[in-house]
Design a binder for this molecule. Structure first.
Ligand SMILES: Cc1cc2nc3c(=O)[nH]c(=O)nc-3n(C[C@H](O)[C@H](O)[C@H](O)COP(=O)(O)O)c2cc1C
Length: 174
């Protein structure tokens, strides 16, 4: 039997096109996947909650991290990683890439026996090659077709998001 988990990174606070939100856009999608499949969720959180809650400050910090290719420390790692054979990994598109903290998680684990399924939220760039970067970084046994959606749609139209996620999951065999 397949064991799946949804791992995601997402920011509450001020986000592009949606104002100040209590739950980040990627978190909305992650929870929908987890609910549909009835599988656990694991949120990647930075140690000391180091990211700003205002959009401009967040984009500046994210750009600095990307330019310096940092690996920000996680508050906690997923301790039962070995129990899962399928890992959904979700993140916002930050400057055409994954947030650097997602690489901290990806590089800490061995995905060579796992199926990896990426999903992103964005404001127009889509995956922008992020799925290929993930594949190159972790070389999973298998990577299935990912899912992307505008963060503002995920945030403001959760019914539409729910049916788009259902359709995608069906397409990839769930
Ligand atoms: C630091 C930062 C960089 C971003 N860079 C891009 C980008 O290059 N392309 C894009 O389409 N959206 C970009 N966005 C928009 C986010 O991808 C979008 O708002 C996303 O849904 C945020 O997800 P979250 O609420 O789960 O954190 C950026 C947002 C932030 C905060």
């Amino acid at each position: 039997m397949s064991h799946s988990i949804v791992v995601y990174f997402s920011r509450s606070g001020e986000q592009y096109g949606v104002g100040v939100v209590e739950e980040g856009n990627t978190a909305v999608v992650a929870k929908i996947i987890s609910n549909i499949l009835n599988v656990p969720l694991f949120e990647l959180k930075p140690k000391n909650d180091c990211y700003p809650k205002t959009y401009k400050a967040l984009t500046d910090m994210a750009l600095r991290e990307k330019k310096q290719n940092t690996r920000p420390e996680l508050a906690a790692d997923l301790s039962d990683f070995d129990d899962y054979d399928t890992v959904f990994i979700g993140a916002p598109n930050w400057w055409g890439d994954l947030p650097m903290i997602c690489y901290t998680f990806l590089e800490n684990h061995d995905f060579t026996h796992k199926t990896l399924i990426p999903f992103v939220t964005h404001e127009g760039s889509g995956f922008g090659g992020i799925d290929e970067k993930i594949k190159k970084t972790v070389k999973p046994k298998k990577m299935l077709m990912g899912f992307d959606i505008l963060g503002s749609t995920a945030q403001k139209n959760q019914a539409q998001t729910q049916s788009a996620v259902e359709k995608w999951l069906k397409n990839i065999g769930f």
